[in-house]
Design a protein around this ligand. Structure first.
Ligand code: NAD
Ligand code: WQD
Length: 337
């Protein structure tokens, strides 16, 4: 099987390319490096094969996508390419709608022209907003609170409609909070500028690029007052994509199916800082500041549906997530730069 990985130079895509290769698939990556580095492709090749195919192209360029399908054998697609910063999406909504919706529509059109009918789409727990019932199941109400979130919500709807009309099966993977890195420490998350997300921020404190962690609020309705999330190791997440492709290839999953990808465990901000301090080997400094606008108190995934339909469950714990994330950050204090 040959798998097209859009956004495969990015954080989750690079790890998934490695997992797909390990599962015996040929991989073709397409990326425009709008939020990633060519060095990530080199690092993926070093972990897989020098022959791994890479095409630098923008998915909004339909002719370029068309050429990818003409020049390579492609049986199935994993679509990561998107802009993903919640705050930036509020400043630049049109750029987010154009990129995230435009790339998804063009991709599915070209897939249909070439008779490719299996797709895994990167959705997000952000479509649940603040859930009323935790653990949150796939049947919980969905919506969005930022333009980024709406692009995920709308992409899901576009793909549900496309799967009704076309020969198309699609698994909508709703990721919770991906962290960690490949155990080699040679690929990992490399955010531009000051990280928005907790674990990259904590790790930049650990390497001395930032002074201290800012804990956004300790007055939530949670055991220690700080926000609780379902952190998932990026290698577990990567393997979930392989499981989703296999479930479609075997005919077990047809049509459009949303599936949560989390561990089912919730950890607070202070839990994460503690586990990171253990991984790093010293107490990491933090101060409590005000809540961040738009944050929810707590969420974690119901995981039985993933186990039922994909035969997949996360296996790596929070200690392994932070130890692997630290190996990547300590070996590469400036990321791929
Ligand atoms: P990332 O930014 O590291 O990777 C996305 C990649 O897509 C980047 O390499 C970028 O250069 C590329 N890209 C963006 N637009 C493109 C275009 N038009 N043409 C070609 N390439 C393009 O992000 P990530 O964390 O790996 O996230 C991957 C996917 O998972 C995204 O769709 C994101 O919305 C989704 N997601 C991420 C998280 C998270 O916390 N990281 C959580 C839920 C969902
Ligand atoms: C986690 C916890 C913060 C930074 C985001 C997106 C979501 C999805 C995953 C893409 C919260 C706290 C954070 C910091 C802190 N991405 N925090 N200090 O907000 O759960 O989800 O990434 O789809 O859409 O919104 O992740 O890592 O930003 O925050 O105290 O410097 O850490 O308040 O409780 P979040 P996060």
């Amino acid at each position: 099987m040959a798998t097209l990985v859009t956004g495969g130079a990015g954080f989750i895509g690079s790890h998934t390319a490695v997992a797909l290769h390990a599962a015996g698939r040929d991989v073709v990556i397409v990326d425009n490096f709008s939020n990633s580095s060519p060095k990530a492709v080199d690092a993926v090749r070093a972990l897989t094969t020098d022959d791994l195919a890479f095409v630098e192209a923008d998915l909004l360029d339909t002719d370029a996508v068309e050429r990818v399908f003409k020049n390579h054998t492609i049986d199935e697609v994993v679509h990561f390419a998107a802009h993903k910063a919640v705050g930036e999406s509020v400043e630049k909504p049109l750029a987010y709608y154009r990129n995230n919706l435009g790339s998804t529509i063009s991709l599915v059109e070209v897939m249909a022209e070439h008779g490719v009918s299996k797709l895994v789409f990167s959705s997000s727990c952000t479509v649940y907003g603040e859930p009323d019932v935790i653990p949150v199941t796939e049947s919980a109400p969905t919506g969005a609170e930022s333009p980024y979130g709406w692009t995920k919500y709308m992409s899901e709807q576009i793909l549900v409609d496309a799967a009704r009309a076309l020969p198309l099966d699609v698994v909508l993977l709703r990721y919770f909070n991906p962290v960690g890195a490949h155990p080699s420490g040679t690929i990992g998350e490399d955010p531009n500028g000051i990280p928005n997300n907790l674990v990259p921020f904590v790790m930049q404190v650990a390497v001395g690029r930032l002074d201290q962690v800012r804990v956004f609020g300790d007055d939530y309705d949670t055991p220690d007052g700080t926000g609780v999330r379902d952190y998932i190791h990026v290698m577990d997440l990567a393997e979930a994509h392989v499981a989703a492709l296999e479930a479609m290839a075997s005919g077990r999953l047809r049509g459009a199916n949303p599936v949560n990808i989390g561990t089912g465990n919730g950890y607070s901000v202070l839990d994460v800082i503690r586990a990171a301090s253990t991984a790093v080997g010293r107490e990491l400094p933090y101060e409590v500041v005000g809540r961040r606008a738009g944050d929810i108190a707590k969420t974690w995934a119901a995981t039985d549906h993933a186990a039922d339909v994909l035969g997949w469950r996360a296996s790596r714990d929070i200690e392994e997530m932070l130890a692997d994330h630290w190996r990547w950050q300590s070996q590469n204090p400036d990321g791929f730069a």
